[in-house]
Design a protein around this ligand. Structure first.
Ligand code: ADP
Ligand code: TRP
Length: 329
C-alpha cells in the first residue's frame, strides 16, 4: 500500500486547476492507499501574512475539500498548523538546505517578481517546508499539478541528502503523481498561463452558474480558423483543454471537427463548456455551504485529522532525532 499525500494553500477558494491538478486524483486514491491531505496554512503566510482572513480561508478550503469528495473517515484530513512536528522537521531540514539552491528555485524567482516588497525568508525556504510536509509521513506519491514539479524535485533532493549525510536509508523519495501520464496544467481563460487563485482567472468550485457563464463567455479567442486543419492558437487550445476535462468525448469531437473544417462558432463552444462546468460543479457547490456552516462537523473532522496526523508525524520525528544524535538524558 502506498502513502499518498498532498496539500493546498489556504489562500482562497478552490478552482478547477486545484481540482484537476490535485484533488481529483486524491479522491480517486483515498480508498486504496494510506492517504494524507492537508490545508497548507503556514505556506499561505508567505504571501498572505494578514490575520483577518486566515481562519476563514482555512475553513473554506477544508469545506471545499470535503464537498469535492475527500472522506475524513478513510483519509487523514488535517490543518498543517495543527501538527507542530512538521515545523520541527522543517527546522532540522533547513540545516541541510543551501541558500544558493533555494535562490535558484523557479517559484522563488517568480515570487520575487510578484511581491518585491515582501521577499521573506519563508518564501526562500518554502520548498524545505514542503519537503517536511511530505516526508514526515514517508509519502510515496504526491498528487500535484505541473507547477509543483520542481518543488517535488527539491523534496527528493533533501530527502536523499538526509539519507546520505547520516548514512541511513531512512526517508523514501516521493514522486509527483497523476493518474494520466502527465501532470496537469489547467489553463486560465485569459489567453495565457495557468489558472491560479492569485492570477484573477479562476473558475471556482463555489462559483454560481451565472458567474461561470460570464467567465466562460468572456474567454479570449481569435477570429476563427481561416484554413482547414490549421493549428490552434493558445487561447483556443486552452478552451479545448477544459472541454477535454469536463465534456463528453462526443462533444469534444464535435467541436474539434468543427474547428478543423472551419465551421466552428466559438459562442456555441463556450455555451456548451459553461453548461458542462456548471453540471460538474453544481453538486459540489451545493454541498460546500452546508459543510461550511456545520461547525460541529468541521471541528470533529479537524480534531480527528490532527490526532491521526500527529501520531504518524511524531513517530518519524522520534526516529529522525535519534538519527541526528539527540538522546534523552
Ligand atoms: P494556486 O496556484 O491557485 O495558488 P495552490 O498553489 O494552492 O493554488 O495549488 C494547490 C494545488 O493545485 C497544487 O497541487 C497545484 O499544483 C495545483 N494547481 C494549482 N493551479 C493549477 C492548475 N492551473 N493546473 C493544475 N494544477 C494546479
Ligand atoms: N506548494 C503547494 C502549492 O502551492 C502546496 C503544498 C504545500 C503541497 N505542501 C505540500 C503540495 C506538500 C503537496 C505536498 O500548490
Amino acid at each position: 500500500m502506498d502513502t499518498v499525500l498532498s496539500g493546498i494553500r489556504s489562500t482562497g477558494n478552490l478552482h478547477l486547476g486545484n481540482y484537476f491538478g490535485a484533488v481529483k486524483n486524491f479522491v480517486k486514491m483515498q480508498h486504496e492507499n494510506r492517504c494524507f491531505f492537508f490545508v497548507a496554512d503556514y505556506h499561505a503566510l508567505t504571501t498572505h501574512p494578514k490575520p483577518e482572513n486566515l481562519h476563514d480561508n482555512i475553513k473554506k478550503v477544508l469545506s471545499e475539500y470535503l464537498a469535492a469528495g475527500l472522506d475524513p473517515e478513510v483519509a487523514t484530513l488535517y490543518i498543517q498548523s495543527d501538527v507542530p512536528e512538521i515545523i520541527e522537521l522543517y527546522l532540522l531540514l533547513n540545516m541541510n538546505a543551501y541558500v544558493g539552491e533555494l535562490e535558484r528555485t523557479t517559484t522563488f524567482k517568480e515570487k520575487i517578481r510578484k511581491q518585491p516588497e515582501n521577499v521573506n525568508a519563508g518564501l526562500l525556504t518554502y520548498p524545505v517546508l514542503m519537503c517536511s510536509d511530505i516526508i514526515i509521513h514517508q509519502a510515496d506519491k504526491v498528487p500535484v499539478g505541473k507547477d509543483q514539479e520542481q518543488n517535488l524535485e527539491m523534496a527528493r533532493k533533501f530527502a536523499k541528502r538526509f539519507n546520505h549525510m547520516y548514512g541511513v536509508e531512512y526517508f523514501k523519495l516521493p514522486e509527483p503523481y497523476n493518474f494520466g501520464d502527465e501532470l496537469v496544467k489547467v489553463p486560465g481563460l485569459d489567453g495565457t498561463g495557468k489558472m491560479g487563485k492569485s492570477d484573477g482567472n479562476g473558475i471556482f468550485l463555489a462559483d454560481e452558474p451565472s458567474v461561470i457563464r460570464k467567465k466562460v463567455m468572456r474567454a479570449v479567442t481569435d477570429a476563427g480558423p481561416k484554413e482547414v486543419n490549421s493549428t490552434m492558437p493558445e487561447p483556443v487550445a486552452n478552451l479545448f483543454y477544459l472541454l477535454d476535462l469536463l465534456s463528453t468525448p462526443d462533444t469534444v469531437e464535435h467541436f474539434r471537427s468543427a474547428y478543423h473544417d472551419c465551421s466552428i462558432r466559438y459562442g456555441d463552444l463556450k455555451k456548451q463548456l459553461a453548461e458542462d462546468i456548471i453540471n460538474f460543479t453544481t453538486p459540489i457547490r451545493e454541498r460546500i455551504n452546508d459543510i461550511y456552516n456545520d461547525s460541529d462537523y468541521l471541528r470533529k473532522v479537524v480534531n480527528m485529522g490532527a490526532e491521526k496526523a500527529r501520531a504518524s508525524a511524531s513517530k518519524t520525528l522520534r526516529e529522525v532525532r535519534e538519527i541526528l544524535g539527540y538522546r534523552p538524558f
